[in-house]
Design a protein. Structure first.
Ligand code: UD1
Length: 423
């Protein structure tokens, strides 16, 4: 358990570098199983989700070391199952299914289960792997996959699922012949995965569009990649600047991946400018209402940035409708924000926010990764001290969020409690 102490009312100033992307690196770590040698990932963020993915690789008999660079040696894996405890540490562990099938021809895992955001089915992942020739049995909470030889196929996803697209791309690399994935997710993280698979020698085209074509191949001996900037972490710090007021510059950012977020901030009256690798924001006074915030698959407004934009709008002069189209329990942070004095009416999948003039410090409980970060952001704009109890959610996705905010002048400190210490 971590306890965040945030004292609001201090404008943010300065510059910080955006961390490497969590959602880009996790599928690449899983895909490294395809490599019969070593993978080197630079700009890999230090996150507990990265640790969980690395622990899965180690359990499978691979070696990994993270200092400045994450070095993975996948020369001699020794097993093809993932135990329940490891599967449950990270919802994205399901992304190991495709790579394990590709490398070993079999995989035994447990169902990753639901999560804080509601039901998280994996039917599309299993459909894609079955299309490629995998025989899959599901018994209670266990999933067994076998393939005596994967073969190229047409895969039409009913929804553009990010994880199912990634699993299909990776497994298709080991299939005989060509695979076409229709209605593929178009998120930038899919392009990163394509880039990594190409360094292994894959013939793969179309990432970033709804149709991806993969031709099976024999992987080359070593691979590497620089992890791109994390677009949601960038959105987080921009929203923190709106909550606290001030002027900050993000370096090593990718503004092209943040178009709907930057547009919303612009409509809120913030001065946002972007150049190659940089985003600058100046936010003073109460924001204006940006209109409805409707989450959609990329290139639409990202669901992961919705809690952050809600935090940034708590003191808006006007009302803002949030409509969530991706996850059923996306608004759990809203009840906590009400403790700060926020005016939010919840009618999932909608939330109607009416901006208030002032917020006051409160004790809150972080409900999930982005919701937790949004509470920290909201507390920066509240008078007095807030305390946020967090069961390790924020560390899953942010590399030193407290340090970054302090570098920008915020009064934030975080203590890690032992499991039985009182909050
Ligand atoms: C990824 C991101 C997550 C982000 C989400 C949507 C990672 C590690 N996580 O999650 O941060 O919020 O994309 O941009 O990259 N669905 C099904 N069946 C399936 C798979 C998904 O019905 O088999 C549904 C989900 O319940 C959800 C929607 O499809 O409603 C989108 O989910 P998906 O794109 O798969 O998200 P993730 O890959 O889990």
């Amino acid at each position: 358990m971590s306890i965040w102490h945030v004292t609001g009312g201090r404008p943010l100033r300065g510059r910080i570098r955006v961390q490497g992307s969590k959602n880009a690196v996790l599928p690449v770590i899983a895909a490294s199983l395809l490599c019969p040698n070593e993978t080197e990932l630079t700009n890999c963020p230090h996150l507990s989700d990265v640790d969980a993915a690395v622990d899965i690789l180690r359990y499978l008999g691979c070696q990994a070391r993270q200092e400045d660079v994450l070095s993975i040696d996948t020369r001699s894996p020794s097993r093809c199952d993932i135990p329940k405890e490891l599967m449950h540490r990270m919802r994205s562990s399901v992304i190991f299914l495709g790579p394990m099938l590709a490398r070993f021809g079999e995989a035994e895992v447990s169902v990753p289960g639901g999560c804080e955001l509601g039901k998280r089915p994996i039917d599309l992942h299993l459909y894609a792997l079955r299309q490629l020739g995998a025989e899959i049995t599901e018994q209670e909470n266990a999933i067994s996959c076998r393939a005596t030889g994967l073969r190229g196929a047409e895969i039409s996803l009913a929804l553009p699922s990010v994880g199912a697209t990634e699993n299909a791309m990776i497994a298709a690399c080991a299939a005989e012949g060509s695979t076409v994935i229709y209605n593929a997710a178009r998120e930038p993280e899919i392009e990163t995965l394509q880039e990594y698979l190409r360094t292994l020698g894959a013939e793969i085209h179309g990432a970033g569009s709804p149709v991806i074509r993969v031709t099976g191949f024999s992987p080359r001996s070593a691979a590497g990649l620089r992890v791109p900037p994390d677009r949601i972490a960038a959105a987080t710090y921009l929203c923190c600047a709106v909550c606290a007021g001030g002027e900050i510059r993000l370096t090593d950012a990718e503004p092209r991946h943040l178009t709907p977020v930057l547009e919303a901030l612009h409509k809120m009256g913030c001065a946002v400018s972007a150049g190659p690798g940089e985003i600058h924001i100046a936010a003073h006074g109460r924001p204006h209402a940006p209109g409805a915030v409707v989450t959609r698959p990329y290139p639409g407004f990202p669901t992961d940035a919705s809690p952050l934009l809600m935090a940034a709008n708590l003191r808006t002069a006007g009302t803002v409708m949030f409509i969530e189209n991706i996850f059923e329990s996306r608004f759990r942070h809203a009840c906590e924000m009400q403790k700060l004095g926020a005016d939010i009416i919840l009618r999932p999948p909608m939330a109607l926010l009416s901006g208030v003039e002032t917020l006051h410090g409160a004790r809150m409980f972080s409900p999930d990764l982005r919701g937790g970060a949004a509470l920290v952001a909201a507390a920066l704009g509240a008078e007095g001290e807030s305390i946020i109890a967090d069961l390790g959610h924020i560390a899953r996705g942010y590399d030193g969020m407290d340090r970054c905010l302090r570098e920008l002048g915020a009064e934030v400190w975080m203590e890690n409690l032992l499991p039985d210490e009182p909050v």
